[in-house]
Design a protein around this ligand. Structure first.
Ligand code: FAD
Length: 665
């Protein structure tokens, strides 16, 4: 099948406007006769459901949690980008577009990214109108901070709870429509298959997770907004429930899956503490605005710290290696995530890791306490403040910015980060890969759409911080509501879709048989036993550093593990009650298939990109040589590279990267 991305013709900056001017529309009266299923009510699905219902469509929204408010989006801490240029520091739609494409290692679809940058400003207005309490500066205007890989401040935030506040906004908008009867909300329902009738997505099979009942639901279009699949690694910063099932089911029914192996490994997570851990915790990237990352310069100090005979605070400035500031002076601690993660791993692999497992670097706020403290002392007219007073004043400011994150760190690690530097290490965080979509956000199954983290289109091989919330809300509030109308305009006379067709029957039968298999198998190993084993293969052989031999072994190991799973998995309980293990069995079964595709994709890519090194690219003296194929789809965009966009040049010089340019139309 030839993939057609349906990118509109014309200059990139005019594409979206021209497109909107020429698409088919559905008139308000006809929208009342059209049903849309939205699977997922996180920021992407919640905003899409609310907007489609506001427009007049009949929406059926599904989530496996007990409320849309519990979607994984609630965990987002740091912020959301928008090219508002409120700081007057040189931001623009073009610069946000440029940063996103460059940050994604030139592997994003540029037309989608330009549109994303264009609508980003509307998102902030929409959310402020909903009452989202974004942080404000002293004068009452919306405040911004910086995230990695950019040279401007364009990130809007609500303390360390931005996702939660945005989700409350989307949820309120949904509730208005639920009350009007325009959204029918199916909480605690899990989509287990998509139903394709005459080549078009016409419904889903869902399981009521409380009663176990299998249900058929029909619609004129199906939207997948099911989030990311980082939990294929078992340990990740994702919510425990995040999974690939919805995306995988549409893939198995014919939707293409793109870039499965591009995973974002986030640099600032709380390090793993042992083998029995089931979850990793993110410390927001926003902390890199004020925290400095370092490891000791000398291995003797590393040893003393690990043994507990020295404290990090005892090391003088010249005994510390602020390796990001040393390597990348222009961006310093705010390099993009992939660069920061690779650098932390490189230092820890070289033996400089500062905790017992050797997998941790410091994130230190001492300099910020001092800087803010001195400023506050001036503001408050305190003459000759003592060092203790300065630190106290500085800590107060840091607390107002990141208080909840510091508290969370102390609860988990049992160390006070105001007194000793935090320890951080890279962890699986976001999946750039996902269901392939065209410019309309439609998959290769007509009438089936994918939005938010579930699709692949906007972030290439690496996502810049604060851009997932932007993409989810752009897709849901401002893009899908237009593009889906163009498709549904053909359906105004179709009438209700029946669920009594052979296609619904076949899909339901398959779902029911699989559930019965799990309950009746009475095997010897728990679902988690398999999930953990899969996660270990994925991290060791398909994680940050990969080689062909390891990937080939991973493919064999995953396939063998999958066979074992289908023979020996044990699922306790029954299918007619709330059964977490049963739900998880289905999700892990899909991870076991995705994992193999993931490894195959990684094997075929003879490149290092985003958070992934390909180890074969070693020079004779053992240094890693990274190969990048810069894919300039519309080369004209890059002719006038801004002078300050130096990161890739610094990186190329430092990491001995061989650049192969590849231009295609
Ligand atoms: C700890 C953490 C912090 C983050 N911080 C930021 C940040 O500061 N800024 C930023 O831009 N990004 C951040 N991200 C990324 C961002 O939060 C996510 O990419 C984004 O929220 C995903 O939104 P979504 O709507 O696509 O999916 P989700 O929020 O994951 O929602 C998925 C929805 O799909 C439903 N669902 C899934 N499968 C099924 C099924 N089979 N049947 C029925 N329903 C289903 C779920 O119930 C849920 O409602 C962070 C991520 C993490 C892990």
């Amino acid at each position: 099948m030839a993939l057609d991305s349906k990118i509109p013709k014309g200059p990139i900056k005019d594409k979206w406007t021209d497109y909107k001017n020429h698409i088919n529309l559905v008139n308000p009266a006809n929208k009342r006769h059209i049903d849309v299923i939205v699977v997922g009510t996180g920021l992407a699905g919640g905003s899409a459901s609310a907007t489609l219902a506001e427009l007049g469509y009949n929406v059926k929204a599904f989530a496996y949690q007990d409320s849309p408010r519990r979607a994984h989006s609630i965990a987002a801490q740091g912020g959301i980008n928008a090219a508002k240029n409120y700081q007057g520091d040189g931001d623009s739609t073009y610069r946000l577009f440029y940063d996103t494409v460059k940050g994604g290692d030139y592997r994003s679809r540029e037309a989608n990214v330009y549109r994303l940058a264009e609508v980003s400003a509307n998102i902030i207005d929409q959310c402020v109108a909903q009452g989202v309490p974004f942080a404000r500066d002293y004068g009452g205007l919306l405040d911004n901070r910086s995230f990695g890989g950019v040279l401007v401040s364009r990130t809007f935030y609500a303390k360390g709870q931005t996702g939660q506040q945005l989700l409350l906004g989307a949820y309120s908008a949904m509730n208005r429509q639920i009350a009007r009867g325009k959204i029918e909300m199916f909480n605690r329902h899990e989509m287990l298959d998509v139903v394709v009738v005459d080549g078009k997505a016409r419904g889903i099979i869902a399981r009521n997770l409380v009663t176990g009942e299998i249900e058929r639901h029909s619609a004129h279009a199906v939207v997948i907004a099911s989030g990311g699949y980082g939990n294929v690694y078992f340990l990740s910063t994702n919510a425990m429930g995040s999974n690939v099932t919805a995306g995988w089911k549409v893939h198995k029914k014919g939707a293409y899956f793109a870039n499965p192996c591009y995973t974002q490994i986030h640099p600032t997570c709380i390090p793993r503490s042992g083998d029995y851990q089931s979850k990793l915790t993110l410390m927001s990237e926003s902390l890199r605005n004020d925290g400095r990352i370092w490891v000791p310069k000398n291995l003797d100090d590393v040893k003393a710290i690990r043994e507990g005979s020295k404290k990090p605070t005892e090391l003088t400035e010249d005994q510390r290696d602020y390796y990001l500031e040393r390597r990348y002076p222009a961006f310093g601690n705010l390099v993009p995530r992939d660069v920061a993660s690779r650098a932390a791993k490189e230092r820890c692999d070289a033996g400089y890791g500062v905790n017992a497992t050797g997998e941790a670097v410091y994130l230190d706020f001492a300099a910020s306490f001092e800087r803010y403290g001195k400023e506050q002392a001036k503001i408050q007219n305190i003459s000759n403040p003592s060092e203790v007073k300065i630190k106290e004043l500085g800590q107060e400011i840091v607390k107002t910015k990141y208080g909840n994150l510091f508290q969370m760190y102390e609860k988990i690690v049992d160390e006070n980060p105001y007194e000793t530097p935090m320890m951080i290490y890279p962890a699986v965080h976001y999946t750039m890969g996902g269901v392939w979509v065209d410019y309309n956000l439609m998959t290769t199954i007509p009438g089936c759409y994918a939005i938010g983290e579930a699709n692949f289109s906007d972030h290439g091989a690496n996502r810049l911080g604060a851009s997932a919330l932007m993409q989810g809300l752009a897709d849901g509030y401002f893009v899908l509501p237009y593009t889906i109308g163009d498709y549904l305009a053909d359906d105004i006379r179709t009438g209700k879709i029946s669920t009594e067709s052979s296609e619904f029957e076949a899909a339901e039968k398959e779902v029911t048989e699989r559930i019965e298999f799990f309950i009746n198998n009475k095997g010897t190993h728990s679902v988690d036993y398999y999930h953990k084993k899969l996660g270990k293969i994925m991290w060791d052989k398909c994680g940050m550093s990969r080689n062909a031999e390891g990937l080939e072994i991973a493919i064999e190991e995953i396939s063998a593990l999958r066979k074992d799973f289908w023979q020996h998995v044990n699922v306790p309980g029954t299918s007619t009650e709330y059964n977490e293990q049963l739900a998880k069995a289905g999700r892990v079964a899909d991870f076991l298939e995705l994992g193999e595709l993931f490894a195959k994709d990684a094997l075929l890519r003879e490149e290092s990109a985003g958070g992934h090194f390909r180890e074969e690219h070693q020079t004779e003296d053992g240094e890693a040589k990274r190969i990048k194929e810069f894919q300039f789809v519309s080369a004209w965009e890059y002719k006038g590279e801004p002078k300050d966009a130096v990161l890739h040049k610094e990186e190329l010089a430092y990491e001995n990267i061989e650049v192969k340019e590849r231009s295609y139309k």
